[in-house]
Design a protein around this ligand. Structure first.
Ligand code: NAD
Length: 263
């Protein structure tokens, strides 16, 4: 299936590793012009080289912290200046620390809102006027299964991502008639570097083996395995494709069946 995004200008934030990088790889493989960002230049250069070697397509990068308004503005302005357009925005960021309602004060909530809610609003607000000019755009935000089934030990993520989901649904209604779709993907447990680090920390703490860590997660996943970043990347690639033009306002689980609710 040709996704028909060749030469589309696509920005994927927080993409030096993990899910963001997996999305960038898919879009570059579809010959979109991909721009990635994250906070660390060396990591970005490594990701750029890996994606270029694998796809044969050039990738640009920006050192940009998505919570830094000035840096985000400079990045979007420079993309607009260079390419004259922006077609695809994939918003990703790191996740906030794990913990329960006993663990955090207001400052922790503020930081989580900056990272997983306000960064998304800012990126959308800056990108939508550019997309509107061309009457075409695709916005996909990487959220989490926690927006459908809050996870007790992830109160910061539950809180910030619920806000993002409300914002995205509202935005999707507002700009649908401009040819711009807005969707979220909700990854379940997906084997990225971050999850592998958590597994190693678990094993080193003496609580059990690496296998024990994964077995605990897999109990609640009907597919009895973690997802892969490839699966998440390919889902996002479909959502930004021409063919997905009638899908908007959706929060799509990519979770091996983890969510137990009907919607
Ligand atoms: P990861 O830690 O492997 O990668 C995160 C990426 O974001 C890195 O490239 C990092 O440099 C970048 N980043 C972090 N903070 C940033 C910032 N402020 N500005 C710019 N770049 C920043 O994480 P991942 O596993 O790929 O997860 C990506 C997102 O998806 C996270 O928000 C995570 O909470 C969420 N998520 C992941 C899973 C999973 O199982 N992997 C499940 C549900 C939700």
């Amino acid at each position: 299936m040709d996704l028909r995004i060749k030469d589309k200008i696509a920005i994927v934030t927080a993409a030096s590793q993990g899910l963001g990088k997996a999305v960038a790889l898919q879009l570059a493989g579809e010959r979109a012009k991909v721009i990635i960002c994250s906070r660390n230049k060396e990591e970005l250069k490594k990701a750029k080289t890996e994606i270029e070697n694998e796809t044969g397509n050039p990738v640009e990068y920006f050192v940009c912290d998505v919570t830094n308004e000035t840096q985000v503005l400079e990045m979007i302005e420079s993309i607009q200046k260079k390419f004259g357009r922006l077609d695809i925005l994939v918003c990703n960021a790191g996740g906030p620390p794990a913990g329960t309602t006993d663990d955090f004060g207001l400052d922790d909530y503020r930081k989580a809102l900056e990272l997983n809610l306000l960064s998304t609003i800012n990126l959308c607000n800056l990108s939508v006027p550019i997309m509107r000019k061309n009457k075409w755009g695709r916005i996909v935000v990487i959220t989490s299964i926690s927006v459908k089934q809050p996870i007790n030990t992830l109160v910061l993520s539950n809180t910030a991502r619920a806000g993002a989901t409300g914002f995205l649904k509202t935005l999707s209604n507002q700009i649908a008639a401009d040819g711009i779709t807005v969707n979220a993907v909700c990854p379940g447990y997906t084997k990225t570097q971050r999850v592998e680090n958590l597994a190693e920390a678990f094993a080193e703490s003496g609580k059990g083996s690496l296998q024990d860590f994964y077995a605990k997660l897999e109990i609640d996943i009907p597919m009895k395995r973690l997802g892969t970043s490839l699966e998440l990347g390919q889902t996002v690639a479909f959502l930004v494709s021409e063919g997905a033009g009638y899908i908007t306002g959706v929060s799509l689980q990519v979770d091996g069946g983890y969510i137990k609710g009907l919607f």
